[in-house]
Design a protein. Structure first.
Ligand code: AMP
Length: 282
């Protein structure tokens, strides 16, 4: 596996790949890799001829007082995991390489960036779209793979690609979970043993919503109230939001007719966890 730390070198490698007629499949990450990230590498390897993974903890997507400084990092371990999984090139730039002192530009997808997670994390998605567009220009992928774990991010990136006519296909990977249902996340290391146990309330509450729909309930207010009451039984959990939305537009639904997705964010101690699930309508 090639390890590249400079933007110009990564661009030349991408040019070489393209000259050789190779399909570049790209997986952007913030590192501290787990099976969720590695499942995206598997998808990338199927979709392309060469797989490029980036590891970059992007400072501009963290708000003041958020966990940028303590975000877990272990690039040596990440390198081993990527090598084993068959990644061809790891792009691992420094912060100053990505953001020289005179950096001024921001990319913003209106509306979609201010709702759900964007409400409690102002500026977060602007930081995400800015770094993802930069990474696309550096890695020059034909295909980029994103996890459904960050569902709002996936929708926003698809919209950016469409609105800005970018020549990259966005592919979604399903959420990979621990045995007890907790969605894998680099941030799960923040949880103490009690919080870790209570963290299953996210997945279990999504199943509860799913069951209610299966039982014929279509009114989202009733479902959200039940999910809210369920999570309130866990004393370490504090709900940020619970919403049922249209999967493409993220518009809140009053009634579930055909396609819908439930999204939630819950604080457990010092960690802010997110999860979501497609709602199958029988
Ligand atoms: P991150 O390192 O948290 O920025 O995540 C990098 C990519 O991995 C994003 O596209 C995430 O949606 C995806 N991802 C993170 N956790 C999971 C998971 N449990 N299952 C599937 N994809 C995931």
């Amino acid at each position: 596996m090639r390890i590249v730390t400079h933007v110009n070198e990564m661009k030349s490698i991408a040019d070489e790949y393209r000259k050789e007629g190779k399909i570049i499949a790209f997986v952007p990450t913030m590192g501290y890799l787990h099976e969720g990230h590695l499942s995206l590498v598997d998808i990338a390897k199927k979709k392309g001829d060469v797989c490029v993974v980036s590891i970059f903890v992007n400072p501009i997507q963290f708000g003041p007082g958020e966990d940028y400084d303590r975000y877990p990092r272990d690039v040596r371990r990440d390198e081993r995991l990527l090598e084993q999984r068959g990644c061809d090139t790891l792009f691992y730039p420094s912060t100053s390489e990505m953001y020289p002192e005179d950096f001024l530009t921001r990319v913003r997808v209106e509306k979609l960036s201010n709702i759900l997670c964007g409400k409690s994390r102002p500026g977060h998605f602007e930081g995400v779209t800015t770094v993802v567009l930069k990474l696309f220009n550096i890695v020059k992928p034909h295909v980029a793979v994103f996890g459904e774990k960050d569902y709002q991010q996936l929708v926003i990136i698809k919209r950016m690609v469409r609105d800005l006519n970018l020549d990259v296909e966005i592919v979604a990977g399903e959420i990979i979970r621990e045995k007890d249902g907790l969605a894998m996340s680099s941030r799960n290391v923040y949880l103490d043993p009690v919080e870790r146990e209570q963290a299953t309330c996210l997945f279990r509450s999504l199943l509860l919503a799913q069951d209610m729909v299966k039982a014929g309930i279509r009114d989202t207010k009733t479902i959200i109230e039940a999910v809210n009451d369920f999570i309130k039984n866990f004393d370490r959990a504090r709900i940020d939001y619970i919403k049922i939305v249209h999967p493409d537009t993220l518009e809140e639904l009053e009634e579930i007719h055909d396609r819908a997705r439930i999204l939630l964010a819950v604080y457990l101690g010092g960690a802010r966890l997110i999860d979501n699930m497609e709602i199958d309508v029988p």
